[in-house]
Design a protein around this ligand. Structure first.
Ligand code: UGA
Length: 411
């Protein structure tokens, strides 16, 4: 990575620019993060987290057993493997797990992820990073409790440039990680996708898990969509044949800080266009719609599913609200206006021709996650968009985004 942002400087500048309400909200968020960190530090000070490395301390053993009795499930220390850890979703999951004191083994080949996303943890004793392509077998020494398998690209750009890699990552990559789970006796969660439903049919919108899909093997998105379907089947084959405990999350469009610029996804593109005063490039007539879930809601869902006893099949995670592309430009504009203040300049729309195989709509039915996990999304779209725009604006200011874009061009 050629240039890293100066985080302290960035932080001070951002605080200065915020209005009173935004500053109060920000401090509140920081406070809750600090409380999580504090919980980890208290446990560590008590020695609860170190019992594995220092098995002979009787006081620690005593504290461990009495403490574990009243710890909520998240707080029991686990050793967790996260593949695709340097990516958008992976790095947020790593943050979640590390802040709660778990030990994380991060795996990434950095084809679409960035070291910067993991910078917070590089020197932490509970964190280890392996640069590894999941298409190759992987052995990890010591016990592993859980494997979150997130590695793989869902970008339409990547699907068009290198579909075979996407397919082999889905199939070979998932099989290798299932083998790891089998060898370690670890629970396995696959990050699947709404792509598994293929082209949503109007009378099947919103899509619930009992919609069996409308997928074709030769479309522009086939490598991703069919890849996820075969990956799901592999999970169930391993569950049946090798007794691996599997969980499958079908993830719908998600957004937030750290989205990859070169992905070709609509949210980073619209945000950057609006920040830079360029026209929004709306593909089609603007009626295409998507649901948009904020990243923290997804992370909560993935963790809840991993911890749950539910084994009945794949589970949807998404925001049960649909917005068309014009509405999305308005949501982005509102957030950019707040962040830019006086410097805001409105952006126009350029309409581009529709793309082949672009689903006209996408909206999840998340009744299953609600019933089984008590999960539902909490973050309002405007609030999530503001956080996302703040992140992109900060990165833009540091000129860091230009470096990433150049790096993406070279790939
Ligand atoms: O995250 C997901 O779940 C899905 O996201 C993307 O698929 P898509 O839903 O089409 O998401 P975007 O690429 O963000 O596009 C959303 C809509 O915005 C449109 N778009 C995109 C870019 C742009 O500049 N302008 C624009 O109007 C697209 O044509 C599409 O209709 C990936 O291509 C899927 O593989 C993945 O399953």
């Amino acid at each position: 990575m050629s240039k890293q942002p100066n985080v302290a400087q960035l932080f001070n500048e951002q605080l200065e620019q915020m209005g009173f309400d935004a500053r109060a909200e920000y401090m509140q968020r920081q406070f809750s993060n600090v409380m999580h960190e504090l919980q980890g530090s208290i446990l560590e000070a008590l020695g609860v987290y170190d019992f594995g490395e220092n098995p002979d301390g009787s006081l620690k053993e005593h504290l461990k057993s009495s403490y574990e009795d009243w710890l909520p499930p998240y707080s029991r220390r686990m050793r967790v493997v996260v593949t695709g850890a340097a990516g958008f979703v992976g790095s947020h999951l790593v943050d979640f797990l590390m802040k709660r004191g778990h030990s994380v083994v991060a795996i990434d080949n950095f084809s679409t992820g960035y070291h910067m996303n993991l910078l917070n943890w590089m020197d932490h004793k509970n964190f280890v990073l392996y640069t590894h392509d999941v298409r190759l077998p992987l052995k990890i020494e010591g016990a592993v409790d859980q494997i979150f398998h997130l590695a793989g690209s869902a970008s339409l750009q990547d699907c068009m440039i290198d579909p075979t890699s996407i397919l082999t990552t889905c199939f070979q990559g998932t099989m290798n990680m299932l083998e790891l789970a089998r060898n370690c006796n670890a629970r396995f969660l696959l990050a699947s996708s709404c792509g598994a439903y293929g082209f949503p049919l109007w009378h099947r919108n919103p899509q619930s898990e009992n919609f069996l899909g409308s997928v074709k093997t030769f479309g522009r998105r086939a490598c991703h969509d069919e890849g996820k379907r075969v990956a799901e089947s592999l999970c169930y084959a391993y569950a049946k044949q090798h007794k691996v405990e599997v969980r499958i999350a079908r993830i719908f469009n998600t957004f937030g800080p750290r989205m990859r610029i070169g992905d070709g996804r609509v949210i980073p593109i619209f945000i950057l266009q609006c920040l830079r005063g360029e026209c929004f490039t709306v593909i089609g007539d603007g009626n295409t719609s998507r649901s948009l879930m904020y990243i923290s809601d997804l992370i909560d869902g993935l963790v809840e599913l991993m911890l749950s006893d539910y084994t009945g099949g794949p589970m949807n995670f998404g925001k049960e609200e649909e917005y068309n592309l014009i509405e999305i430009t308005e949501i982005v504009t509102k957030a950019v206006r707040k962040v830019r203040g006086d410097k805001f300049r409105p952006t126009k729309i350029t309409f581009l021709p529709s793309r082949k195989d672009d689903p006209m709509m996408r909206n999840p039915d998340c009744a299953l996650a609600r019933e089984q996990l008590g999960w539902s999304t909490k973050v309002d779209i405007d609030q999530g968009m503001l956080e996302t725009v703040e992140w992109f604006a900060a990165m833009e200011k540091e000129n860091w985004l230009y470096d990433v874009e150049k790096e993406d061009d070279r790939r």
